[in-house]
Structure formats: C-alpha cells, structure tokens
Design a protein around this ligand. Structure first.
Ligand SMILES: *Cc1c(COP(=O)(O)O)cnc(C)c1O
Length: 296
C-alpha cells in the first residue's frame, strides 16, 4: 500500500441534488489517456518502448479505448492498427471526435465489412507475434488488472486518511473490466455499476470471461432501457445538471451511470465514491448528435 508516493488523481466532495458524493477525478489524469483507460493501459504506459513495435485492436469507430491506445502508441513510437466496421462516408470525409484525434495521432484504420467483422476480429489475436500486442475490444483484458489495483490502492489510502467506512464505489461499465477488477481489489467496499452496453445478463457474461464475479459487485438496473451511445433527452439533462453542479461527465457511460444511480440512491446506505471514468473527448461527437436530433 505504500508503493504510491502520490496518487494519480484527487478525491473531491461533490454535492448533487442535495446529497454528498465523493468523486475520484480520474478524468483529469491526462486529456487523451483519461479515466479508466489510463488505469487499464497503465502496464503498457510503463512498458519499455522496445517491448513492442505495434498494437493491434478493434472496436467502434468512436471508441474511447481506441483514442487512448492511439495516444499511448504515439508516446511510445509504436504503430497502431485498428479494425472497425465501415466508417460512414460523411464521417470518413470529415472525421470528428475520437476518430479525428486518433487518426491525427497516427492510427491506421482498417475497415472490414460488417458481416466479416466478428470472424476477422477473432482472428486478429492469432496473427500477432512477439513484437505485436493484441488488445481486445474496449481493453477487456487481464492486462488491465495491475493499473486498476493502483486505483484501488489510492482509494484505500484515501479511506484510511479520512476514516470513511462502509464505502460504496460507483463506476459505469462497458465491458465491465474496470468494475470487475476494482471490486476484486476492494473487497471491503461495495462496488456498484450499471450496464451501458447490452443488459445486465450480457454484462455478467462479459465479466465471467475474466473470472468469478466478486460478491461485493452489484449491477444496478436502469428502469429505462437505453441503447448504447444513442442520444436520450434525459441523459443530456443529467449531463447538463452535473455540469452545472461543477463536474463534466461523459454522455455515454457517465450520464447513464448517474441516471441509474439516482434511481437507487435512497436505498444506498453509506458514503458514495464515484470514480470518474473519463471519456470527455467523445462528448463532442455526442453533442453533435443531440443537436442533430434537436435535443439541444
Ligand atoms: C471505456 C469506458 C467505460 C467502460 O469501462 P469498462 O472497463 O469497459 O467497463 C466507462 N466509462 C468511460 C468514460 C469509458 O471510456
């Protein structure tokens, strides 16, 4: 526990809708490698540049993981090959948001037909050699554990300093990798999360790939079904309300987590520490889509 001289991010008090929260400001660590992607890629951030020549990954064309890996590869001088389904012509001629920045950072994009995507991305791992590292979609990999353990150490130390007990740690899930390892590393805390990609059953299945789901991890149900990365008036509303209260969260994961958390907050007995998961650069693209739908 003493291995960290100073934490990578601070914890701040945040009053929202009359209730006290604590926020672990992981979004402030680095503008590109922010939030849980910094933690998940920490082992690679610390790796020798000689260790790899290139990284291969796949996923959505506006993915936060994609942007973070692009930033990492730029820092290390590694090539970055990223496979996605076809990019819509409009976005291709005028990239925005995460895609724009990732391409500027030197990411090499490989588009494959949607029907070939599952098969081709499954084959990516076996095509790599010792100098090439394959990172699964969303960074869902045991590689993430070491960095998330450091996040957990920072939280434990903060708890020790403040004397806070009966802690509830909240963070949103995509692949569930962050929530899974954070719950594993904080056995004395309750880890609360919600599924933003698919439903709870799907999230559990994703987590089970990493191991047995820890008992202190609880997946909160969102009473309203939200499709991943789609604009919804109520998510924009909570994003704006949070922003007005002093902290900007991302419109995909963060807004959904807060929307769900507030549905359950009356039943949560004890202090809540929300771990900000970053992803703010992606807001540009989402706000464009909200404007398109005339929601803002
Ligand atoms: C990637 C991401 C998540 C999801 O993290 P998982 O470890 O895949 O569950 C949550 N929030 C933000 C902002 C992200 O970029």
């Amino acid at each position: 526990m003493d291995s960290i001289a100073s934490p990578f991010s601070t914890v701040e008090r945040f009053v929202f809708r009359g209730r006290d929260f604590f926020i672990k400001r992981d979004e402030l660590i680095d503008p590109l490698l922010s939030g849980n992607k910094y933690r998940k890629l920490y082992t690679l951030i610390r790796a020798d540049t000689e260790q790899y020549n290139s990284i291969v990954s796949c996923g959505g064309m506006q993915s936060n993981a994609m942007l973070s890996i692009a930033a990492l590869c730029r820092q290390k001088g590694w090539a970055f090959h990223y496979t996605s389904k076809p990019v819509p012509p409009r976005l291709k001629s005028l990239p925005t948001g995460n895609l724009k920045v990732a391409l500027e950072l030197g990411m090499q994009l490989h588009e494959v037909a949607a029907e070939d995507y599952p098969q081709l991305t499954r084959a990516l791992k076996s095509q790599t050699d010792a100098s090439t590292l394959f990172v699964p979609q969303g960074g869902a990999d045991p590689l993430a554990q070491a960095g998330i353990e450091i996040l957990a150490q920072e939280i434990r130390r903060w708890q020790l300093e403040t004397g806070i007990e009966n802690l509830h740690v909240v963070t949103p899930s995509g692949t569930g990798t962050t929530a899974f390892y954070l719950a594993t590393s904080l056995p004395d805390a309750q880890l609360l999360t919600t599924a933003t990609v698919g439903d709870t059953a799907y999230l559990l299945k994703q987590m089970q790939v990493l191991g047995a789901v820890p008992e202190n991890l609880r997946i909160l149900e969102n009473a309203k079904k939200h499709h991943f990365a789609k604009p919804y008036a109520e998510l924009l509303e909570i994003y704006n309300e949070l922003k007005d209260a002093g902290i900007t969260f991302d419109l995909i994961y963060g807004a959904n987590m807060w929307f769900t958390l507030l549905q359950h907050i009356h039943a949560i007995d004890g202090p809540v520490l929300y771990v900000h998961s970053g992803g703010l650069i992606g807001n540009e693209t989402m706000l464009d889509r909200y404007r398109h739908k005339s929601l803002c």
